[in-house]
Design a binder for this molecule. Structure first.
Ligand code: ACO
Length: 332
């Protein structure tokens, strides 16, 4: 099967750093509660820069490091649930900024699993289109735009950021497994703002009779306990399915880069998978949960710090709203 080579990575973290003590000025919480329940110390938030700007900055860095001509990028896929606009796509705005004049552009919405889905999609394009040389896969998220800063159980979790990779066709190992469970949609969602038109009564679309009553804002609504239960099963399940697709044992994987949602989720999932935490790359303490941007931000950090090396077998594993889940395993 045709695989991919990740030529380069890039990332962007907004300048505004919000500590747990800062959060305790907004809601009734404490540094101690947030650290012990989530592992988060500080998260970055957009100080006004749009999602597309963060994505473009990360993409420029990846292009510079790959030392390629942006005109040779044939496709841009951006994973996001926090586009600044319903249309155009974040990918089109990134294309405008980086001069990738020959690229087709679209966004992909699979929440925190989005980067895994996007990388798998890039591989499929590369496998079926010989004219495609490079794909830019980006994830850009401004969760602060949809965070409910009156809900202490969710607002302490999220942050903003972006990251990107340049990929090309390769014979190296690549395998993916992706899935979803729409019956869990009610456990984690945010409405889209929309008009109430003259021919429709002012009734919000109901996602679930019990949990949805009275919620008309467009901020994230989360059942933390249900998401926790799902996540601790989804992570090992997706990783095992991708390993089976790759013809590998879980022990063959050198480094896992999981979605950075909560350190307790990652620790419990690692235990369920039977893998030591030493093999998990974690940076949630410094970024919080940046949805689909969390895996590529962590990977960029792991690459630039030397924590991952060429030739190693890497597993990206994501889980999130939808509910969605998925994993890719590849040789870096
Ligand atoms: N500060 C202080 N107290 C708090 C806070 C807070 N920020 N949030 C909740 N509490 C309180 C609750 O009110 C509750 O108090 P009570 O016992 O008096 O009622 C107490 O802490 C315990 O609340 P729980 O909800 O039981 O806390 P829990 O240990 O389950 O932790 C958390 C909550 C962190 C949200 C956890 O459920 C979790 O991590 N869930 C998964 C969330 C997640 O990762 N979501 C994203 C994944 S998918 C994606 O990335 C989009």
């Amino acid at each position: 099967m045709t695989g991919i080579n990740i030529i380069s990575t890039g990332s962007y973290a907004p300048a505004v750093a919000v500590t747990n003590d800062d959060m305790s000025k907004v809601v009734d919480t404490s540094d101690e509660w947030i650290k012990t329940r989530t592992g988060i110390s500080v998260r970055r938030m957009s100080g006004g820069e749009p999602t597309w700007h963060m994505g473009a900055c990360a993409s420029k860095q990846a292009i510079e490091r790959a030392n390629i001509d942006p005109a040779d990028i044939g496709l841009i896929i951006t994973s996001t649930i926090t586009n600044d606009f319903s249309t155009p796509s974040v990918s089109c705005l990134i294309q405008r900024e980086i001069g990738a004049v020959n690229a087709a552009c679209f966004d992909l919405g699979a929440a925190c699993s989005g980067f895994v889905y996007a990388l798998d999609t890039a591989r499929r394009y590369l496998a079926t289109d010989d004219n495609l040389k490079y794909v830019l896969v980006c994830a850009a998220e401004s969760l602060s735009h949809i965070t409910n800063f009156e809900d202490r159980s969710s607002c302490v979790l999220f942050g903003d950021g972006a990251a990107a990779v340049i990929v090309e066709r390769s014979d190296k190992l690549f395998a993916a497994w992706t899935g979803a469970d729409g019956t869990g949609a009610k456990f984690l969602y945010a409405r889209t703002a929309h008009n109430i038109h003259p021919f429709m009564p002012n009734v919000p679309t109901v996602i679930d009779d019990e949990t949805d009553s009275g919620i008309t804002h467009n901020m994230l609504v989360q059942n933390g306990k249900e998401v926790y239960k799902f996540a601790t099963k989804a992570l090992p399940g997706a990783a095992k399915n991708a390993a089976a697709a790759a013809g590998l044992d879980i022990d063959d994987i050198d480094i896992f880069v999981p979605h950075q949602a909560n350190i307790r989720i990652i620790e419990t999932a690692a235990k369920n998978l039977g893998v030591s935490m030493d093999k998990f790359y974690v940076n949630i303490d410094r970024h919080g949960n940046t949805s689909s941007a969390s895996i590529p931000i962590a990977f960029d950090e792991a690459v630039t710090s030397g924590a991952v090396k060429r030739g190693q077998k890497i597993c990206f594993v994501g889980f999130g709203a939808g509910l969605t889940l998925g994993a890719v395993i590849f040789e870096y």
